[in-house]
Design a protein around this ligand. Structure first.
Ligand code: ZN
Length: 571
């Protein structure tokens, strides 16, 4: 088996790409039969696979060693030419939608209708008249990203990047947590003009794009840009109501109990990152132990997950050690020409290390299972909400094996995991609805935006207070939620996926094998069905149905109480 480090890399030049895609577009336009359209479509998919593989491979080799001049140049090359490639692909999409053979292709089953529907949504999300605005949007987003990446937080005489500062937010010592949040607030405050100004620019650029394309405001365009095929703002409104009615009271009750166990009178924002007075559970062993546990787990889970993890380990598809010149984040990607997933992470000794072999591996398992699906180029593994269902559910299917990772702390880990998952729903809903309100009211002042955030916090997280935390108490928590600036409306997807994952967890408590079989079936179809259809097929409730979260809330509470009493017995 070829190791990832040995996969051959070859640049696909823009000139070669342009020449071939132009030929394909002409073929689609001049096709005299459905077969001729199919031949052009197959050729296009092969070209896209080669392009994506080169782009992903060069980025991966850059990220594992950012000082490598060859792959840095290759990455820069694709950054520069990719918009041109996307433009050509848009022309191809238009040609496909205009073909007189569409009906024949759909009815004969040569191409499923969902492919054409996704082409239509793609076309609604972009138009030549907004290209310049998109360039400007990217420029402002980069300014924000650079501002945040370069921001230094002075804590106890040290200058820390934000992820390092936030480690102190999990300290069992309350004064330390408080101090960390004070530093966070004051440092953001020092940049408040920029943070407000950049966001204001982005809101107006996005609003302008939407209006040029004939939409009332950016909300509609934002949904098309996310490629959403089965829900819109109305469905999300119902979801929001479901969270408000069934999840908010439960989380408020559970979090208040956690606060009592932590011994705090009033639950403040800086008490929210900690669940156990003695600190959160951490994995028992290092890298070797985690991978040994993961391999045993996936073999026990099913034959296909066993084959998957062996493939990943044999091809050396994980790079998880922090080292100089390695990019500091984490991701799961794939090289489609080689049917090869790949995971990059930076282990740091926290429970997050285990997420790499559960959450990220869930993404990789989906890539692995769908690599040869007939529509994987056009439909991918589905929307963001579908992809995150793959990964978040895998975290829960790993539950029976948590002793292998956390030893005696496994029960505490499960409690923390489930409570975090539930607590996330109100927060994610705030993030999403804040954006809706902002884009529906593009001329709001910074003060009006902050007031809207405060109102949402009071509505969805009434049990915590921001009082006394400099700057954050003004309603500015969103200014370091980077999705809000960088990828609008990309956040509710996590909430939707979380509700599906929670249902898989609860089903797995009743009949693990049956739930797992339904999960693998859900995942194996990638994007060939829309999210709501996949849920229905898996026997799960759509989060958009009224009352969809009632049972989730009840059963989760029962499960948490059971876990809690197990923890108390042990203590
Ligand atoms: Zn993910």
């Amino acid at each position: 088996m070829q190791k990832v480090s040995q996969l051959p890399y070859q640049r696909v030049s823009m000139e070669a790409f342009a020449q071939e895609i132009q030929g394909i577009i002409t073929q689609v336009k001049e096709a005299s039969s459905a077969q001729a359209v199919m031949a052009a479509r197959d050729q296009c998919n092969q070209l896209v696979i080669r392009w994506q593989t080169a782009e992903a491979l060069s980025y991966m080799r850059y990220s594992i060693n950012t000082a490598d001049p060859f792959y840095l140049a290759e990455k820069d090359y694709y950054d520069e030419v990719d918009p041109q490639a996307q433009n050509y692909l848009l022309e191809y999409t238009k040609a496909m939608l205009a073909t007189p053979f569409r009906q024949e292709l759909e009815e004969s089953g040569a191409i499923i209708p969902l492919v054409f529907r996704s082409f239509e949504v793609e076309l609604k999300s972009i138009s030549p008249e907004i290209i310049e605005d998109m360039v400007e949007e990217n420029r402002v987003v980069s300014q924000y990203s650079q501002l945040m990446a370069g921001m230094e937080f002075e804590f106890r005489g040290e200058k820390l990047p934000r992820p390092m500062l936030m480690k102190y937010a999990k300290s069992p010592d309350r004064a330390t947590r408080k101090e960390a949040y004070e530093v966070l607030g004051r440092t953001l405050q020092a940049h408040s003009d920029q943070l407000d100004g950049l966001f204001d620019q982005l809101v107006h650029i996005r609003d302008r794009m939407a209006k040029k394309m004939g939409y009332q405001n950016f909300v509609e365009l934002g949904y098309y840009r996310m490629g959403r095929l089965c829900y819109g703002p109305e469905e999300v409104k119902q979801f929001r109501e479901n969270v408000r009615r069934d999840i908010v009271p439960l989380v408020a009750k559970l979090r208040t109990e956690v606060g009592e166990r932590l011994g705090v009178d009033t639950l403040r924002l800086y008490d929210y990152d900690l669940i156990f007075p003695q600190g959160d559970p951490v994995p028992q062993g290092g890298k070797e132990a985690i991978f040994a546990a993961a391999q045993a787990m996936y073999h026990d889970m099913s034959q296909e997950t066993g084959k998957f993890i062996d493939f990943m380990l044999e091809t050396e598809a994980f790079d998880v050690e922090s080292r100089k010149n390695k990019w500091g984040g984490g991701y799961c990607t794939s090289f489609p020409a080689y049917h090869q997933p790949f995971i990059l992470a930076n282990f740091n000794g926290t429970a997050g290390d285990v997420d790499v072999v559960t959450h990220e591996a869930g993404h990789a398992f989906a890539d692995y299972k769908t690599a040869e699906n007939p529509y994987v180029v056009e439909l991918g593994i589905g929307g963001m909400e579908t992809a995150e269902t793959h990964s978040m559910s895998m975290e829960f299917f790993a539950w029976p094996y948590m002793e292998r990772f956390f030893g005696d702390d496994a029960q505490r880990y499960r409690y923390m995991h489930l409570l975090d998952a539930l607590s996330f729903l109100p927060y994610g809903t705030i993030v999403d609805d804040f954006q809706r309100q902002v884009y529906e009211n593009p001329d709001w002042t910074p003060e009006e935006r902050k007031a809207a955030w405060r109102a949402l916090e009071a509505d969805f997280r009434p049990h915590i207070t921001f009082d006394g935390i400099p700057y954050l108490e003004e309603g500015t928590r969103w200014q370091y939620q980077m999705h809000i600036y960088e990828t609008p409306f990309y956040y509710i997807d996590y909430c939707l996926a979380q509700t599906a994952a929670l249902q898989f967890l609860l089903e797995s408590q009743k009949d693990y094998d049956d739930a797992f079989r339904r999960y693998v079936h859900f995942l194996s179809q990638g994007g060939e069905k829309v999210f709501t259809d996949l849920l229905q097929e898996a026997g799960l409730r759509s989060p958009f149905q009224e009352g969809a979260l009632r049972q989730v809330a009840q059963e989760s509470e029962t499960l948490l109480r059971k876990l809690q009493s197990g923890i108390e017995k042990k203590a």
